[in-house]
Design a protein around this ligand. Structure first.
Ligand code: GYE
Length: 346
């Protein structure tokens, strides 16, 4: 593969052409072909500046975490650093991601960076990328495919995040001398079939199942959004009058759940009626941890762009890369949140 030579001005012209001609607009302000045709970026651009062309297929903009993740990639893969980044927002739809990846293949990009919305269903399109000789870097979630179909994955340990949530609950109940009381739990799941949902659920339940007195009353998807989180929580409150704990698989759903609980005349958090366990640890949620309305937030780190840059640079130099890079993550409670809040940018 290696860098290709492009003239920056010609590249800008090509981008403008792509934008105005047959292609639709991605939500991040970049151009993304609906259909890949003969007239790909490489046809228009020749000679001069060396840029690495990266096709980035993002899941959507469903959460604050996702927006931070997108911006992390955009900050890492800039033109100043030698990249030409083409992005697509799939609006949480697998078919849109497959379309975007196919368009990147026909544009003969140098790399494909891709956050898979669900775990399954990627074999065919990733085989097409492999046949075209384009390295695929998975970011954030997993794809359930043979390891040979992607170069590396940059992401988080989602099972461990689920386990950390259950471990925190164990500790909290122990402190309150309630470890062996009946505890009613509901789970607000993320997008069904996504590795974030599957693994956070499995991680939490692997520990919960050791306690006969922890009752998981229900689990339903809130699709990682505030509106759906509120809707599902409202239904849970109508169905189950005695909920002790809500496990909400991202902060956006947590915001909606808290609204629903408060509208039902109840309180949340440290001194509240319902214990709230959340995931992601975005700034707005950490403020609620500090205010005592969310009991614990299990961090999921969206700053994965620098790792993408690092992996691409290694590949450009012909160096071997690991199959998996995990970003660092913490657990935030009322006790430690103050010292991290200030530095939180998203
Ligand atoms: O928790 C959620 C987002 O896949 C880890 O996706 C990611 C999750 C994150 O929309 O907020």
């Amino acid at each position: 593969m290696g860098k290709k030579s492009w003239r920056r001005a010609a590249l800008a012209a090509a981008a403008a052409l792509l934008l105005s001609a047959q292609y639709g607009c991605g939500a991040f302000g970049d151009t993304v072909p609906e259909e890949a045709g003969e007239s790909d970026a490489h046809t228009y651009i020749q000679g001069g500046e060396e840029l690495i062309i990266v096709g980035f297929s993002q899941i959507g903009s469903e959460s604050i975490w996702r927006t931070a993740n997108t911006s992390s990639v955009q900050r890492a893969l800039t033109e100043e650093k030698g990249y030409f980044l083409i992005s697509d927002n799939a609006r949480q739809k697998q078919e849109n991601q497959i379309k975007a990846i196919r368009s990147y293949i026909s544009q003969r990009v140098d790399y494909i960076v891709f956050a898979p919305v669900t775990e399954s269903g990627w074999d065919t399109v990733l085989k097409e990328a492999q046949d075209a000789g384009i390295p695929v870097i998975l970011m954030d979630r997993k794809a359930d495919v043979d390891e040979s179909l992607y170069t590396t994955r940059i992401g988080t340990d989602l099972t461990k995040e689920g386990e950390k949530a259950a471990r925190w609950l164990e500790g909290d109940l122990k402190e309150k001398n309630r470890l062996y009381d009946d505890i009613n739990i509901v789970i607000l799941q993320g997008t069904l079939g996504s590795s974030s949902e599957l693994e956070r659920t499995a991680g939490f339940e692997s520990i919960a199942s050791r306690y006969g007195n922890w009752h998981i009353l229900d689990r339903q998807t809130g699709d990682f959004t505030t509106a759906k989180g509120k809707e599902v929580m409202t239904q849970f409150l109508q169905m189950y009058p005695d909920i002790d704990v809500v496990v909400s698989q991202n902060d956006d759903m947590t915001f909606g759940a808290i609204e629903a609980i408060e509208e039902a005349g109840m309180t949340t958090g440290i001194d509240g009626d319902i214990t709230i366990i959340s995931f992601d640890a975005v700034r707005g949620a950490l403020e609620l941890v500090q205010a005592g309305k969310i009991n614990v937030d299990i961090e999921c780190n969206p700053e994965q762009g620098e790792y993408v840059d690092m992996v691409i640079q290694m590949l450009e130099r012909g160096e071997p890369v690991e199959k998996l890079y995990m970003v660092e993550e913490r657990v935030f409670t009322h006790r430690n949140v103050a010292r991290y809040l200030e530095g939180r940018t998203y």
